[in-house]
Write a protein that binds this ligand. Structure first.
Ligand code: JHZ
Length: 404
């Protein structure tokens, strides 16, 4: 597969593009699922075009997170909130607005600059135990340490969590959000497996990792964001909630700690890819015009692994100005502003950013009202029109049954 975030400038379209092996494996010792081939992080994250603030769903999720932590921990002007992978300041801005000192850490040049521009002090660096030691020696330790959607991205999770332990105050808490591997497997979210994501966590695997570095997994909460995510609350004190205990039992009962659970994943993924491709080709053969929405990293994997290219998809709509005008990596479909959907009225729009489906469908309601349809690819291809969204109750639902 190509690198998911390596959007291609049109003037470089004739140049060949690097592709890397993408295999995923299960460790019978620690239950961690990992990809086997890693790409140097500098190659992925320095020129990074993922800006968290583009998604309102994520902004809202983050605002609630901040409000809840501020209240629970009684944070004020004497506290310090440190966030690793602070991106464009999407989360820390909520603490800063409440007058709480913050420090962001993120290696991505563009997003780190965007954070600085809104007044979020940001260290443009990778977070490691070495950096944590340096910050601690400068007297910087966190009352609250946040690390959302980053644990899966680091090549050395042990060093990363060791760093978390170093920078956390004795009585501080860390909150870590990571996609839940069970949601990935059960809902066939195979397109979230890519080189940016090196590890995929069950609760069991996450707990083992945290504990190895003196951090107790004391609480957790599940959120639908990104297709299913756990927010883990960690501390140096051991105060494990019933929710954690229940989830560890559930991990085991579901079989996440053994290989059997994963055995038919590849076959199910291949079937889904075939269903999607057949559906799209059938529509195309019937003369339908198809676009896609969301130049998401996962979209790169979905399109490339299913062999769906510019012969099928006319363009990919995306609100991010950092992606517009470029081409999707690999099969190279042009990325355009979402307005093009209403201008061209394709018959179908394939929702590559299926995790923010509700936000996008709401935003594109005029498209649906004019007869447009969305194809949601995951966990199985489904066509959504006005009827199936319950807005024209007298007509039959247009959900297409799974194709075999
Ligand atoms: P979105 C990223 O994955 C990469 P991606 C990363 N590695 C990670 O871990 C996950 O996030 C969590 C656009 N959009 O968020 C914005 C609109 O155009 O699903 C994005 O390009 N209009 C950090 O890239 C894309 O869709 C909208 O209304 O798969 C969504 O990408 C909305 C809501 C989004 O993450």
């Amino acid at each position: 597969m190509p690198l998911t975030d390596a959007y291609v400038q049109p003037e470089r379209a004739h140049e060949p593009e690097a592709r890397y092996p993408l295999d995923v494996a299960f460790c019978a010792k620690c239950s961690l699922v990992q990809i086997l081939h890693s790409v140097p992080p500098e190659q992925i994250f320095l020129e990074y075009s993922y800006y968290s603030s583009v998604s309102r769903t994520l902004l809202e999720h983050s605002r609630f997170h901040a409000q809840e932590v501020i209240a629970r921990r009684g944070l004020g002007p004497d506290s310090l909130v440190v966030e690793v992978a602070s991106n464009d300041g999407y989360l820390l801005q909520n603490f800063a607005k409440a007058g709480i000192p913050v420090l962001g850490i993120d290696p991505a040049v563009g997003p780190a600059r965007a954070a600085e521009a809104i007044g979020i002090p940001t260290l443009q660096e990778f977070f490691t135990s070495e950096l944590a030691t340096r910050l601690r020696s400068e007297g910087k330790q966190a009352d609250v340490l946040l690390a959302n959607n980053v644990l899966a991205h680091v090549p050395d999770p042990n060093d990363f969590v060791a760093g978390m332990s170093i920078i956390l105050r004795e009585d501080g808490i860390a909150e870590v959000e990571a996609p839940y591997m069970k949601d990935l497997i059960d809902d066939l979210q195979f397109d979230t497996i890519y080189h940016e994501h090196l590890s995929y966590f069950s609760v069991t695997a996450a707990k083992l990792l945290f504990e190895r570095h003196g951090l107790s997994l004391n609480d957790l909460r599940h959120f639908p964001i990104h297709g299913g995510t756990f927010r883990f609350t960690l501390g140096r004190n051991v105060d494990v909630s019933d929710a954690v205990r229940a989830l560890l039992i559930e991990d085991h009962a579901a079989g996440l700690t053994g290989f059997e659970y994963f055995r038919d994943f590849g076959r199910r993924v291949t079937r889904l890819q075939k269903q999607l491709r057949n559906l799209l080709l059938e529509l195309k053969a019937a003369g339908k015009r198809i676009a896609a929405y969301g130049a998401a990293a996962k979209g790169t994997i979905l399109l490339n692994s299913s062999g769906v290219g510019p012969d099928v998809i006319d363009f990919v709509a995306d609100r991010s100005p950092y992606k517009q005008g470029k081409l999707m990596p690999g099969l190279r479909i042009a990325i355009s502003p979402p307005e093009r959907i209403m201008e061209e009225m394709p018959d179908y729009v394939l929702l590559l950013a299926w995790n923010v489906k509700d936000e996008i469908i709401k935003q594109e309601s005029a498209y649906l009202e004019r007869g447009g349809r969305f194809i949601v690819p995951i966990p199985r291809p489904v066509v959504l029109g006005m009827e199936s969204l319950g807005r024209a109750p007298n007509r039959a639902a247009s959900v297409r049954p799974e194709m075999t």
